[in-house]
Design a protein around this ligand. Structure first.
Ligand SMILES: [Zn+2]
Length: 65
């Protein structure tokens, strides 16, 4: 979602001006959608690593039992 600092609100891409500026104050709006998605990725990645380590640890224990 494009975020306007000056108006302190999100704009839908359709609501914005054709040149990518804010429809209310004409400031250049940051479209940080990709960065937000990238910031969420490590949380799932860490969980996957923890699950993988736990699984492999269990397999090693199971191997010697
Ligand atoms: Zn604005």
């Amino acid at each position: 979602m494009p975020w306007c600092e000056d108006c302190a609100r999100y704009w839908t891409p359709n609501a914005m001006n054709d040149d990518g500026t804010c429809p209310k104050c004409d400031a250049v709006v940051d479209a940080q959608t990709d960065e937000v998605v990238a910031e969420k990725a490590p949380w799932h990645f860490k969980l996957m690593i923890v699950a993988l380590v736990a699984y492999l640890g269990w397999r090693v224990v199971d191997l010697f039992m």
